[in-house]
Design a protein around this ligand. Structure first.
Ligand SMILES: NC(=O)c1ccc[n+]([C@@H]2O[C@H](COP(=O)([O-])OP(=O)(O)OC[C@H]3O[C@@H](n4cnc5c(N)ncnc54)[C@H](O)[C@@H]3O)[C@@H](O)[C@H]2O)c1
Length: 260
């Protein structure tokens, strides 16, 4: 028996990285899983793991209406929504163009707002009564500042408090909303950072070794399993929580610990 048997789930940004890792675990745990993405490679990825793919730009409100409408028309309801689609950028505040700020906010914060808005509307009208779990991808830099994070960190901090508001408004209905705060997980979003290094592979290893736990996180094992827990009925008493999955990145100040 799967931990997500009979659940209908949408995962945005599911073509790659954490979205794909999460979708893989959702399928393994029995959820009917729909991944959406602006990248049409999501179609092949979905096929490989036994999910369905729908093209979606999370910035577009009318697309949210049609995606949720289509899922409900086919499957009857929506149980889990993972607002995962996101983009990364890094630039000092005094050099950040307004357009860059707006681009990041549009995907990382407005996209999550629209998902929550339309997800909650549907979850309130699920056939057996209001029910559901929304899971929003924030970041450890949604909990604290980040060098170069004017746009990215601010967008992820917004996701954290949007999550708590959605949780508060809908707790009496039994509809939950939680945020996941990953540290450094090995996905394509990190590629521009590592490819700028002289030796990208060595840079990746060094980042992993700088973490208290000693290595970078894995999309399915670390974020996928947390999302399975939050999407399942095992977590019915958890809402508005910040689930930090960071190999200890935020528990203390950096040290020169000798790992030998
Ligand atoms: N990887 C990490 O270490 C890390 C750490 C903290 C937070 N996160 C967050 O996790 C989420 C997933 O990141 P990832 O590491 O898997 O990155 P990724 O680049 O591998 O995946 C992001 C996906 O989102 C999609 N996407 C981008 N813009 C979109 C849009 N407008 N509409 C629909 N889809 C869109 C991309 O096509 C891509 O498939 C993001 O929100 C990211 O900010 C990641």
């Amino acid at each position: 028996m799967g931990r997500l048997d009979n659940k209908i789930a949408i995962i945005t940004g599911g073509a790659s990285g954490l979205g794909l890792g999460t979708a893989t675990r959702f399928v393994e745990e029995g959820a009917t899983t729909i991944i959406t993405d602006v990248n049409s490679s999501g179609s092949e990825a979905a096929e490989q793991i036994g999910a369905r793919f729908l093209a979606q730009d999370v910035r577009d409100e009318s697309m949210w209406e049609s995606i949720i409408g289509s899922v409900v028309a086919t499957h009857g309801r929506l149980d889990i929504l993972v607002n995962n689609a996101g983009i990364f950028t890094s630039c000092p505040i005094d050099q950040t163009p307004l357009e860059e700020w707006q681009r990041v906010m549009a995907v990382n914060l407005t996209g999550v707002f629209l998902g929550c808005k339309h997800g909650i509307r549907q979850m309130k009208t699920n056939p057996e009564g209001p029910s559901g779990s929304i899971i929003n991808l924030s970041s450890v830099v949604g909990l604290r500042g980040q060098m170069g994070g004017a746009s990215y960190s601010a967008s992820k901090g917004g996701v954290k408090l949007l999550t708590k508001t959605v949780a508060l408004e809908n707790a009496p209905l039994g509809i939950r909303c939680n945020s996941i705060h990953p540290g450094v997980i090995d996905t394509p979003i990190m590629d521009p950072i590592f490819s700028a290094a002289e030796d990208p592979a060595a840079a990746k290893t060094a980042v992993g070794e700088s973490l208290p736990i000693g290595y970078m996180g894995d999309p399915a094992r670390d974020i996928g399993n947390m999302a399975v827990y939050l999407g399942s009925d095992e977590s019915v008493y958890i809402t508005g929580a910040e689930m930090v999955v960071d190999g200890g990145m935020t528990i203390g100040l950096p040290s020169s610990r000798d790992r030998s």
